[in-house]
Ligand binder design. Structure first.
Ligand SMILES: [Zn+2]
Ligand SMILES: [Zn+2]
Length: 256
């Protein structure tokens, strides 16, 4: 079975039950971890995802809500006796951050950490008999990447794209064209469109317009600001433009 498991789907202001960005693409008994907000190791444990099933981690950008959980996760992997390599796809600068964090605390891992820092343009990060992963630039306040996973299975091919964080930008259309499932951020409701523009985030209608223009099969929206009590408002706004929208929900599995 191939699925996406949402671990956290809220933006920067964390609460006791609203966690920051992290999710897993599960395929052929392997877990591909996408972003690592605070608490990621606790969420992996809560949802029974084996740390040994993770060989690749993809970090979209260097805002803390997408990577502050990484150092703790690596330390726990080390403590549990991991020996096999771990590859981290990341923006320039993360290697230095993690190296300083672990080495200054004399907790450098016994297993090899392989950092692949992104180039400026789109590139193929990974390609094997199970899947291929392409990164592409998305439009945020700091350098940020989206990912397209093309998953190979015996019966059919499935595709998944992850775009967070980003403002509305049609430049991504060619990279996410006709995917089976698109995860697109929607930090704000339409009434806060000014804030979305100012902080280079999206509203639900922005996400829905992108989904419609890219002709994707299904849209999942997430990266919600914790200021909103009722997430259904996001769904209503998105569905007014793109009907096949679902809300990201922590702990929920979305079959691809
Ligand atoms: Zn974020
Ligand atoms: Zn961000």
């Amino acid at each position: 079975m191939t699925y996406i498991k949402i671990l956290g789907c809220f933006s920067a202001s964390m609460t006791t039950n609203k966690f920051q960005s992290s999710q897993v693409l599960f395929h052929n008994n392997k877990s591909y971890l996408i972003d690592s907000g605070e608490g990621v190791q606790m969420l992996l444990s809560k949802y029974d995802i084996k740390l040994s099933s993770i060989d690749y981690i993809f970090i979209s950008h260097l805002h803390g809500d997408h990577f502050f959980g990484l150092a703790g996760l690596l330390t726990t992997m080390n403590r549990r006796g991991r020996t096999k390599n771990l590859t981290i796809f990341c923006p320039n600068g993360l290697k230095e951050i993690i190296t300083v964090t672990l080495k200054k605390g004399k907790s450098w891992t016994k297993f090899d950490l392989i950092f692949h820092e992104y180039s400026k343009s789109s590139e193929t990060l990974l390609s094997n008999e199970e899947l291929s992963v392409i990164s592409f630039p998305i439009n945020h306040r700091i350098p940020c990447k989206g990912f397209r996973f093309n998953i190979k299975s015996s019966s059919n091919h499935i595709s998944y794209a992850y775009c967070s964080d980003t403002m509305y930008d049609e430049k991504i259309l060619k990279f996410i064209n006709e995917v089976d499932l698109l995860y697109h951020e929607t930090t704000f409701l339409e009434k806060h469109k000014d804030l979305a523009l100012k902080t280079k985030h999206s509203t639900s209608k922005d996400a829905a317009k992108i989904a419609a223009k890219a002709n994707v099969k299904k849209l999942m929206i997430g990266h919600f600001s914790t200021r909103y009590k009722d997430l259904n408002q996001f769904l209503l706004e998105s569905c007014s433009i793109f009907d096949n929208t679902v809300l990201a929900e922590q702990g929920k599995k979305y079959i691809l």
